[in-house]
Design a protein around this ligand. Structure first.
Ligand code: PLP
Length: 426
């Protein structure tokens, strides 16, 4: 696999290097020089998920790392279920939340972790990342117990729910967690300072494991194939797919799947009130507003970092941006959408409800659609209980951590304290 930097096309790297670097020169995103097209999609769709995913990822990676290695990575990373559930007559949910941390980020984080552990020759790798909740849990869980890799996760002390905190601070072993006495922005700024500090960067070989890493996007392509495979067993048409979007990694992966030959009628980019992309698609001007806080807080992103990749795919394939439909859903419409689904007999959460509502607004005639279920409803228990007037039980994965002790250290919002701590634990 060969990739180039979208900001500096002369910077060309292989997959392993892009995996380790994350971003290219001047923070440019890596993008594949060519997109593999798969033959005989029908027989591919007939395969079970893990077997099919080996072929989908092999098409990108086998030339560089060998098919056998791809097979082993896929088997280790994708060891949980994914299902397409009927929500109502015309809408199905691709449930991506049956992994260890109950969110779709498990797919990308687990595959990235396995790739780094397998491909980073004999180097030790240290991951430093900041989280406001979900990403930290997915990353910590994915890297837990891997022998070549240590992880430090920063989070704002007292600013995330106790349950969220327990999901990644109770693991121990190679996972080190730091509660910073400040907010999420301060955590991000500390991480940035660490990457800019030459002692830390050169002495500790840091990697950020964030969502712009190409390995995470490749992993996410696989579940679009599964969605269409399950859908096509029941319906004699191609689905419209609606993606609840924040940083637009998920939509990027969907477009890669379509470019590889997956039959998808069209994609809907569904957002909350942070609607930079729907406004851009409708009016042609890129005008991010200040980020606003919503119920679907994992999508509170005003300047989505993966958008240049979306444009690059559209450009490469000779598609038009007008093939992608942008739909923004307000807070009150999110509430209504959540209630509608519940009345139809499908319990959901705000992110998926936004994508489901975008389908309803956008489908016509006999079209049928799939919306992506990106998190387990219990992960957003506060909002779901309040909006639907219910009392959700805790799923096993959450209940299991409830009694465990938090192993974090607390640090002030101070880079020299963090630096000292990093050299101690890494
Ligand atoms: C991260 C996240 C999203 C947004 O995905 P992007 O790839 O950033 O667009 C949507 N829903 C949930 C629950 C998430 O955690």
């Amino acid at each position: 696999m060969e990739l180039y930097n979208l900001k500096h096309p002369s910077q060309v790297v292989g997959f392993t290097e892009a995996l380790k670097l994350g971003l290219g020169k001047d923070r440019g995103l890596f993008f594949p020089t060519s997109i593999p097209v798969l033959e005989d999609i029908d027989s591919l769709l007939a395969l079970p998920f893990v077997e099919r995913s080996k072929k989908v990822l092999g098409a990108w990676l086998a030339d560089e790392i060998g098919q056998e290695r791809v097979d082993a990575l896929v088997e280790k990373a994708f060891n949980f279920d994914l299902v397409v559930e009927k929500a109502d007559e015309n809408r199905h949910c691709l449930e991506l939340f049956h992994g260890p941390t109950l969110a779709f980020k498990d797919f990308g984080a687990r595959f990235m972790a396995q790739c780094l552990n397998a491909l980073a020759s004999d180097e030790k790798i240290n991951i430093l990342t900041a989280t406001s909740g979900d990403t930290g849990a997915a990353v910590a869980d994915a890297f837990f117990g891997l022998d070549k890799i240590k992880v430090v996760v920063l989070y704002p002390k007292g600013k995330i729910s106790l349950l969220q905190e327990k999901m990644f601070t109770t693991l121990g072993d190679n996972i080190h967690t730091v509660a910073v006495e400040s907010d999420f922005d301060a955590c991000q700024s500390l991480v940035k300072q660490a990457f800019e500090d030459s002692d830390v960067r050169d002495g500790l070989h840091l990697n950020s494991a964030n969502s712009i890493n190409i390995s995470r996007l490749l992993a996410q392509i696989c579940y679009y194939f599964e969605a269409v495979a399950q859908f096509k067993r029941q319906h004699n048409q191609d689905p419209v797919i609606s993606v609840p979007s924040g940083n637009f990694g998920n939509l990027t992966a969907g477009l890669f799947a379509k470019a590889m030959g997956l039959p998808v009628k069209r994609f809907i980019a569904a957002t909350n009130s942070n609607d930079t992309v729907p406004r851009y698609l409708a009016q042609g001007d890129w005008l991010p507003h200040q980020t606003v806080a919503t119920m679907s807080n994992a999508m509170d992103v005003a300047e989505p970092s993966n958008w240049p990749r979306v444009e690059a795919i559209v450009d490469k394939m000779g598609w038009s941006l007008s093939d992608i439909t942008g739909v923004a859903i307000s807070e009150s419409d999110t509430s209504a959408a959540l209630s509608d689904l519940n009345e139809a007999g499908y319990l959901s959460e705000p992110h998926a409800a936004i994508a489901a509502q975008a389908l309803t607004l956008n489908m016509s005639g006999d079209e049928k659609g799939i919306f992506l279920g990106t998190a387990h409803p219990a992960k957003f228990k506060d909002v779901v209980d309040r909006e639907l007037n219910v009392e959700l039980p805790l799923p096993e994965a959450l209940a299991a951590v409830d009694n465990k002790a938090i192993l974090s250290v607390t640090l002030a919002d101070d880079f020299s304290a963090l630096k000292e701590h990093l050299f101690k634990v890494l």
